[in-house]
Design a protein around this ligand. Sequence first.
Ligand code: PLP
Length: 400
Amino acid sequence: GFKPASRIASVGVSKILQIGARAAAMKREGLPVIILGAGEPDFDTPESVKDAAKAAIDAGDTKYTALDGTPALKNAVVAKFRRENAIDYATDEVTIATGAKQILFNAFMATLDAGDEVIIPTPYWTSYSDIVEICGGKSVLIPCEAAAGFRLQAEQLEKAITPKTRWVLLNSPSNPSGAAYSAADYRPLLDVLLRHPHVWLMVDDMYEHIAYEGFDFVTPVAIEPRLKARTLTINGVSKAYAMTGWRIGYAGGPKALIKAMAVIQSQATSCPSSVSQAASVEALNGPQGFLKERQDSFRRRRDLVVERLNRIDGLSCRVPEGAFYTFSGCAGVLGKTTPTGRKLETDSDFTDYLLEEAHVAVVPGSAFGLSPYFRISYATSEAELVEALDRIAGACAALS
Ligand code: PLP
């Protein structure tokens, strides 16, 4: 029979995908399921970006490109880092890949030897630990509760560092918590890193452009240039420009690391899609005005969801600074019994109950390494959010 390689033995199919598949199947059976699990904006890719892709096709821009990105896209990324983040990366300190996911994969594949440790604050985007695992490393998960703003604290970081630590991975704003680090939040962590020169910093800034008024997005290298020589600053066009299907992510980092990542990419994909790279040049260099409009729309939905969640007995939701997720505590509903006589023991019992009885699909905190919580993605219409929150409130009120 089939025997998978040991490197994937402990990597399962993501809980998020399982819930999505179950919800989609229920919908096909005709049940009125509302899915609040999506990890992508509900907006469309901007017209100017689509036009740039069509023009690229017509111009014959349809062949292999340079291994880790076209000069045009690398220049656009260099300009983006300068304009928006006040960081100077040279073109040979920039890499382009098939999504930020492949950036992470290239980086870990190029740097982890068996048993090397990667410190990951939880709750975290599950792919982080799965990719580390596939690459032979070991994830060191550090719980960061709502009371700490879902943010890693300096003492926790200090305690977690060992001689085997290769990377610390920070994500701000975060999927799934929506929490973000201000310059003041980052400072003590960066001070710890300055004292441990063998530890490298990977930052995932994917949700940079989905951060709300009153929060100033900042990335670590801009705060602490002394860490630039051992930081990989990851970003991409997926979330900011509603381009998840185009599969383009990028990063800035020290030249030697960027070169090592290119070695992995050369044997994995040869290069990112030529057409998607041309589209991404337009996304980064073109008009940015719509970002603010979309942000305002996300903020209205965030406020609506947080306000309604906090009105429900048994749930509590911290106001997230960014991304399009809420991560709510559900300790207050555990121990209660459903109308059909099932006792809710875990956050995943609770989210199963919401799916089966209220026909609302959300993801349990256990899928992100921190319980008892659940994640809502509010990248959907306000009407659908109102209906979903009414159903969640009804389902919670029916517990005894
Ligand atoms: N980083 C985070 C925190 C994400 O949530 C996601 C997508 O869900 C990604 C990276 C991957 O983005 P990409 O589409 O560029 O692979």
